[in-house]
Design a protein around this ligand. Structure first.
Ligand code: CAA
Length: 283
């Protein structure tokens, strides 16, 4: 699979597109507005430059990666892709509509249609297409150029050969570590991570501890690279809320119930690092 498409160039889409471009692939990135496309490109440029500064990438490789990427607002540009990874916002209706459109547009009958959803049922996206056996989940972690993991999720309708091809691509072509998960709420990582992130918000909301102490506790007590409140800001509070709602809606498990404070923060536009303010305001 040499021709890769990415739908959505927010935090995750731009990171996934960068990973694919750095692997030497021909990458097309599509978002709905010129503004979104411009900010996605800027995010990729900044990340590639950071990689050069940190000695992870040669300047020539940065230039080659940028050259191999095309940004567009036109969905039809994805017609000739071998793999399309959908990384739109965590809204099931939007994603289902996109899968139906991709099914109509992508002409290669062997193409894999993948979703980077954090928690939503892959089978529902599969059923929006006429090729449900070719739909999988490919779940990357933020920041995608840095985090080695990709979860590979097959739905009950996915052909085993498609799961194998998707995993081989993430592992061998992108150089990621892969794990396989069933199509269940939160897959493997978010099923464990989300209750932790929500518990930290509840702890802060209850007045039991300060932001800084919660984070310092987990960094220095458990050797996490960042504490849960910073991590909530990094993931995006709107994303955490959408994941919690989806997981709670499906399971009714109180561990996934979104705390009221999280909803209020999202209502206020405090979406985390990407918005310049979340639980912390020092971005
Ligand atoms: N490209 C390549 N490498 C980069 C890079 C880039 N753009 N930016 C940074 N790096 C590398 C650095 O070189 C460094 O590598 P070494 O350790 O080998 O030196 C490493 O990444 C860390 O970079 P920094 O030292 O600059 O940054 P940091 O120490 O402040 O770490 C962080 C930042 C990577 C975000 C780190 O804090 C971290 O890993 N945090 C946890 C993030 C996490 O848990 N993500 C998962 C979120 S959950 C999710 O995404 C799923 C979901 O569905 C919600």
């Amino acid at each position: 699979m040499q021709k890769v498409g990415v739908v959505g160039c927010g935090l995750m889409g731009s990171g996934i597109a960068e990973v694919a471009a750095r692997a030497g692939l021909d990458v097309v990135v599509r978002d709905i507005s010129e503004e979104a496309v411009a900010s996605g490109r800027k995010r990729v440029e900044a990340s590639l430059s950071r990689a050069v500064e940190r000695g992870k990438l040669e300047p020539d490789a940065r230039d080659a990666a940028l050259e191999s990427m095309t940004f567009s607002t036109d969905l039809d540009i994805l017609a000739d892709r071998d793999l399309v990874i959908e990384a739109a916002s965590e809204n099931e209706e939007i994603k289902k509509k996109l899968f139906a459109e991709l099914d109509r547009i992508v002409s290669n009958g062997d193409a894999i249609l993948a979703s980077n959803t954090s928690s939503m049922p892959i089978v529902r996206f599969a059923q929006a297409t006429s090729r449900p056996e070719q739909v999988i989940g490919m779940h990357f972690f933020n920041p995608a150029p840095v985090q080695p993991l990709v979860e590979i999720i097959s739905s009950v309708l996915t052909a085993p050969e498609v799961t194998d091809r998707g995993e081989a691509f993430a592992r061998d072509t992108l150089g990621k570590t892969t794990i396989r998960a069933k199509d269940r709420p939160g897959f493997i990582v978010n099923a464990l991570l989300v209750p932790y992130l929500l518990s930290a918000i509840r702890m802060y909301e209850s007045g039991m501890a300060s932001l800084e102490d919660i984070d310092t506790g987990m960094i220095n007590g458990c050797a996490h690279p960042m504490g849960p409140m910073r991590l909530n800001d990094l993931v995006g509070l709107d994303t955490t809320l959408a994941i919690a709602r989806s997981m709670h809606g499906e399971t009714n498990d109180p561990a996934y119930a979104p705390p009221v404070l999280l909803s209020r923060m999202v209502d206020a536009g405090y979406l985390g690092k990407k918005a310049g303010r979340g639980f912390y305001d020092d971005y």
